[in-house]
Design a protein around this ligand. Structure first.
Ligand code: GLN
Length: 527
């Protein structure tokens, strides 16, 4: 799957929607993102650059599109689902150093393209999936994506009917003349053709309905069957896209072209039920999301989606009030948080905006507003409690203040001595045992859980007794390492901080229990 004309057309959502439809016909499907940038993974990228970094169960730091894949398909992805140019070159250069190329000149074709093909084929090799959708990031015509386009051209040549090309483009609307324009699509297909790729299916993103005439024109000029020209019209929620793609029969066309049986008719009852709940909320709540990257909502993609899932589960419309932690201070605190029925303090790194997060957390604790702290958010809850309840003046995380007298959050033992930044955090899913009488236990309705992590710092259990005797309890512990994973204030209506990232595992059909419980607590508290 490629994209043309502009970026941000929603390739990830179209890929996820197609995968969902194929899955609901009984196929096993996975999606892979091929990112043309040089970073080995997005773990070292600032969220402003590329939105949230999504973490898989096996601890890969990946593109946020993998979050969509999981939310739509309800199946986990892994390191193999996200490959970057950096990773491809790294493995080719490693092979060259080992002497694997036997004295040959190492070149983009065939060595880089072979490596790309290997990464694509590996997902299908274990017979775990019937269909693998490989989404090439960026826009055709970018210098960076050329090796990928060449690699898939070769793959199609090798695989024949077992492979096909889907190209997503934009059909802009000129309001002055009231016309939809197909020329950018024609040009972008021409660019693909120059690289030897003839798209089999075209998906046209549009603000207005496409007439049969426009579809015919695109089909004719782009050399594509008319029924394979698919309209993708703007919809209020991304979760409606699979329904639209079903109406357009994208799944049927793809299966026909792949020579695969249509299988059972798509089973989308649960999906439709979710949409119905989304569209018909019985109540409305506002949750303040306190973070330092709030200018770019994509930086908190999984959190905002998890709130949508939890809202639907509770038949409530959850509005997010984006609160910039750097702009919160003692004077404006109340004004900034006014109207928030719940407060969520977001993950993050570094010192910027910490004070605002501490103030918001204190406000939630003292005013008994439901509070959810995630990763850094949990660490903030600990720091705030130490400073304002335990009177540990200057208590901090050693990430923010290495010489603090009270390092209530401290670098994990195994992190000491690590200098390299890429892929070296505590990453991926780890076990956690919850205490029976906790809010977390009630939410999950079980004691043993597995959740994904991405952090270097951790609650310093030297201070555990002080915290527990003053009313903040460690209610979730890793059974192997004894690391504290969940902190709560039992006396508060709902005050839960988690060291892990529950947002990564919330899906449409399986909203995350902690988010569901948080929204439920907010609703009850509001009453
Ligand atoms: N900066 C904190 C740490 O490394 C929290 C990380 C996060 O919120 N993901 O431990």
């Amino acid at each position: 799957m490629t994209g043309g004309v502009t970026s941000s057309l929603g390739k990830g959502i179209i890929a996820s929607s197609l995968a969902k439809l194929l899955q609901s016909r009984g196929y096993k499907v996975t999606i892979q993102k091929l990112d043309p940038y040089i970073n080995v993974d997005p773990g070292t990228l600032n969220p402003y650059e590329h939105g949230e970094c999504f973490v898989t169960e096996d601890g890969a730091e990946t593109d946020l599109d993998l979050g969509h894949y999981e939310r739509f398909l309800n199946t986990p992805t892994s390191q193999a689902n996200n490959v970057t140019t950096g990773r491809i070159y790294q493995s080719v250069i490693n092979k060259e150093r080992r002497g694997d190329y036997l004295g040959k000149t190492v070149q983009i074709i065939p060595h880089i393209t072979d490596e790309i093909k290997r990464y694509i084929k590996v997902l299908g090799s274990k017979k775990k999936f019937d269909v693998v959708i490989s989404e090439i990031g960026g826009t055709v015509g970018d210098i960076e994506s050329l090796p990928y386009v060449e690699a898939v051209r070769q793959l199609k040549w090798e695989m024949g009917e077992n492979a096909l090309f889907i190209h997503l483009t934009l059909v802009p609307y000129l309001s002055a003349s009231g016309e939809l324009k197909t020329k950018p699509t024609q040009h972008s297909v021409k660019m693909l053709l120059e690289n030897g790729v003839q798209p089999d299916v075209l998906v046209l993103r549009t603000e207005h309905k496409l007439t049969p005439d426009i579809k015919r024109k695109v089909a004719q000029f782009c050399n594509v069957e008319q029924e394979a020209v698919i309209e993708s019209i703007d919809v209020p929620t991304i979760y409606e896209v699979p329904i639209k793609m079903k109406e357009e029969q994208l799944d049927e066309i793809v299966l026909k072209k792949l020579g695969l049986p249509l299988g059972v008719s798509p089973q989308l009852e649960a999906w439709n039920d979710f949409l119905r709940r989304c569209k018909n909320p019985k109540q409305k709540i506002k949750i303040g999301l306190v973070g330092k990257y709030v200018e770019l909502h994509d930086a908190y993609k999984s959190i905002s989606e998890a709130l949508i899932h939890a809202g639907a589960a509770n038949e409530a419309d959850v509005e997010i009030s984006w609160i910039h932690s750097e702009r919160v201070n003692q004077e404006n605190l109340e004004r900034k948080l006014k109207g928030c029925d719940g407060i969520l303090v977001a993950p993050g790194f570094g010192h910027r905006g910490i004070e605002g997060k501490i103030l918001a957390t204190r406000y939630a604790r003292e005013n008994k507003i439901p509070f959810f702290g995630i990763c850094l958010g949990m660490q903030i809850a600990v720091i705030e409690f130490a400073q304002n309840v335990l009177n540990m003046c200057g208590a901090d995380s050693s990430e923010m203040n290495p010489s603090t007298k009270y390092p209530v959050i401290d670098l994990m033992e195994e992190q000491k001595g690590i200098i390299e930044k890429g892929g070296t955090m505590r990453l991926g899913a780890y076990a956690c045992q919850l205490k029976k009488d906790s809010k977390a236990f009630t939410a999950y309705n079980r004691g043993k859980i597995h959740e994904r992590h991405r952090h270097r710092y951790e609650f310093n259990d030297k201070y555990l007794k002080d915290f527990e005797s003053a009313g903040m309890k460690a209610v979730g512990i890793n059974p192997d390492t004894r690391l504290v994973e969940v902190m709560e204030i039992p006396e508060h209506p709902w005050f839960v901080g988690v060291q892990f990232h529950p947002e990564y595992s919330s899906t449409v059909l399986k909203p995350h229990p902690l988010f569901v419980a948080f929204v439920d607590a907010v609703l009850k508290n509001k009453k």
